[in-house]
Design a protein around this ligand. Structure first.
Ligand code: THG
Length: 646
């Protein structure tokens, strides 16, 4: 007997051809002329048809498969508990989702041949409540999606032809029509948890996750995120594909898809509506006919290198047949993508490497770094906190550090509230700053963009370090790594040597053990004040500069940041301004890429008289003898102060 090749997984199939997804479910259900009885009396609950009229759903799948679809989606768009509860059938989540998987699989099996496998995607829609709009919490969303995901993937994907539709799960999950990045992070977490529950995650039967976002006609997702924010915030999540569906036709998606194709290393997918809807005699009509629709979708697939194409609202088996015909001969284009490293606000992408300047992180939303912020926190004056955040962006910050650590208050709750307020009202990526990972996680559950976590170090050993790395991994965040280790004598590295060696140890742990991307690591060589008058602090600035130089040389792909203002604690404001500015200048020469600072208090070299600049450099480089020291003009208040510290 001739041996048949094994059934390729959906990811293997995507390497060889453009796969065709099915079209709209809603229109097909509508055309079936069903009565309220068919819906078990649950008006507009299309998921119930999986159990009340399985014949109808199976027939719709069959129609798309016959038209040439390689992939069909389960009828489970609203099949999660927090949506089904609206029909009072939340206790039937497992039953309904299993029935949906079975129907799609039965139809797929009927059309599957050894040279043309057919795949089932488990559909998970956006639900009816968005985290970013405060309509549901992140944790409640994870719990709800997890229940649905557990049912969809139960049994794992088929391993061969002749799958058992009763006991196997979907080939992949499709999280679709996403309107909120935070919601996507919740669903992805839920699907991972569901796979861990079933023992599928990190095995050869892991179920791939595809995410499809919806960009409204005005050019952003419902909560305001543009494609740059979405691509960046999802880049580090373990998803196989990212794409677009719904809201518009293919033409309106072109620019967003081009960005996706050029900036995402994942598979790109698309299934547009049949054009922009119009109202005809009180009915919504999608105008694009199969021919032009398929031509545009096919053209996009060729140009951009899209792997999976299909149709959303208003598309029919005729549209899918036309697409199948159009893409039959396309071989998937190999895309060579190297995304620019960066993070994002809820709204847009921000590069880590700014042109001609550091990535400036505003330091003032910090309970121990700003008297004003501390007072506003005590007064719970959230509006003024938002104003302070906004002010820093107006001054030229690119990102905001947020630290609410303050004895006697519920720090996790404060972080949650502050981030929730800032994230929507201020277009700023956030650096969540706390020594307590639970406080940071409270912020992550409110921040749709890609955050930077500040910070992990080895002071309390590798377990706590691991906790920070895992948070970064789970939420797709970047991570500041402070050069401190367990050494009881000298925890915080004071020499360039130790700064580099601790950095190297953290780099290995973060990348090899926890799988973080190199360009998302932001080393902090930790500067201590040089203004204490104590001998042991005199070399702090220069060791930090030298440490920066060595870390930058050794890890050129990583970022480097520091809390700039630390260097001058205790000095008068005018002296701090000069010292901080000169120090930043030297750090940048050494390879520093970012700084946590008060940007409006930084002066360019040209705005500071030479003698002041020299006095600052003498202090920074600990030049005390006449030989090395730069010329400094005698007495003046500012000079006296810098000199006094020297
Ligand atoms: N590394 C990393 N994160 C950090 C630090 C660091 N986060 C906190 C801190 N250090 C950086 N942030 C600040 C914020 C404010 C000041 C210094 C560092 C500061 N504030 C004035 C003061 O204390 O005199 C107060 C000004 C006011 O009240 O308005 O100097 O090193 N990774």
């Amino acid at each position: 007997m001739a041996e048949t090749a094994p059934r390729p997984t959906i990811l293997e199939a995507l390497e060889h051809r453009v796969l065709v997804l099915d079209g709209a479910m809603g229109t097909q259900i509508h055309d079936a002329d069903l009565t309220l009885d068919d819906f078990d009396g649950l008006e507009n609950c299309s998921e119930i048809l999986c159990t009340s009229r399985p014949d109808v759903i199976r027939q719709i799948h069959a129609g798309y498969l016959a038209a040439g679809a390689d992939v069909v989606e389960t009828n489970t768009f609203g099949g999660m508990p927090h949506v089904l509860v609206e029909f009072d059938i939340q206790d039937r989540v497992h039953e309904i989702n299993r029935a949906a998987v079975r129907l799609a699989r039965e139809a797929a099996l009927e059309h599957e041949t050894p040279d043309r496998p057919r795949y089932v995607l488990g559909a998970i829609g956006p639900g009816t409540k968005l985290v970013t709009l405060g309509q549901i919490t992140f944790d409640d969303l994870v719990a709800s999606y997890r229940a649905q995901a557990e049912a969809l993937i139960e049994g794992g994907p088929p391993t061969g032809f002749n799958a058992d539709s009763e006991t196997t799960g979907v080939d992949a999950v499709l999280v679709e029509t996403c309107q909120d990045i935070l919601q996507i992070k919740a669903v992805v977490s839920a699907i991972i948890q569901a796979q861990q529950h079933h023992g599928l995650w990190n095995t050869d039967r892991q179920v791939p996750i595809f995410v499809s976002i919806t960009i409204e006609q005005q050019g952003t997702m419902l909560v305001g995120s543009d494609i740059t924010a979405a691509v960046n915030a999802l880049a580090d999540l373990p998803i196989a594909g990212i794409g677009m569906n719904c809201a518009t036709g293919p033409k309106e998606m072109t620019e967003h898809l081009r960005y996706l194709g050029a900036n995402s290393t994942k598979h790109v997918t698309v299934y547009p509506n049949a054009g922009l809807p119009t109202l005809q005699e009180g009915r919504t009509v999608f105008p694009m006919q199969p021919g032009p629709f398929a031509e545009q979708v096919g053209h996009l697939a060729e140009e951009i290198g899209i792997s999976l194409v299909g149709g959303c609202c208003g598309t029919t088996p005729a549209h899918i047949a036309a697409i199948a015909e159009r893409v039959r001969t396309i071989t998937p284009k190999k895309r060579d993508v190297a995304p620019e490293p960066g993070c994002s606000s809820l709204y847009r992408f921000v590069e880590y490497r700014q042109q001609n300047t550091t990535l400036n992180v505003g330091e003032r939303c910090n309970a121990s770094g700003s008297r004003r912020f501390k007072r506003l926190l005590e007064e719970e004056d959230w509006d003024q906190i938002v104003s302070l955040a906004r002010e820093q962006m107006r001054e030229g910050s690119h990102m905001l550090d947020v630290n609410v650590d303050y004895a006697g208050r519920d720090n996790a709750s404060d972080m949650s509230i502050v981030v929730e307020k800032i994230v929507r009202q201020v277009d700023a990526p956030l650096m969540l700053d706390s020594t307590n990972p639970d406080v940071i996680e409270a912020g992550l559950k409110k921040a749709g963009g890609k955050c930077v976590l500040n910070s992990a170090n080895l002071e309390d050993g590798e377990e706590k370090f691991a906790h920070f790395c895992q948070l970064a991994k789970t939420y797709g965040a970047a991570l500041v790594l402070g050069t401190i280790d367990e050494d009881p004598e000298e925890a915080m590295a004071r020499t360039a040597d130790r700064k580099l060696s601790i950095a190297a140890r953290m780099h290995a742990l973060a990348t090899e053990t926890y799988g973080l991307a190199e360009d998302d690591l932001m080393f902090d060589p930790l500067v201590l004040p040089i203004s204490t008058g104590m001998e042991k602090d005199r070399r702090s600035a220069l060791e930090t500069i030298e440490g920066t130089r060595r870390i930058a040389e050794r890890f050129p792909k990583c970022q480097i940041t520091c809390g700039l203002s630390n260097v001058s604690f205790g000095l008068k404001p005018a002296a701090r301004q000069v010292l901080n500015s000169a120090f930043l200048h030297e750090l940048v020469q050494a390879g520093m890429t970012s700084a946590i600072l008060h940007i409006s208090k930084i002066l360019p070299r040209t705005k500071i008289p030479d003698y002041q600049w020299n006095a600052a450099l003498n202090l920074i480089y600990d030049r005390r003898d006449g030989k090395d020291a730069l010329p400094v003009e005698p007495p003046e208040e500012l000079m006296q102060e810098i000199a006094a510290a020297n």
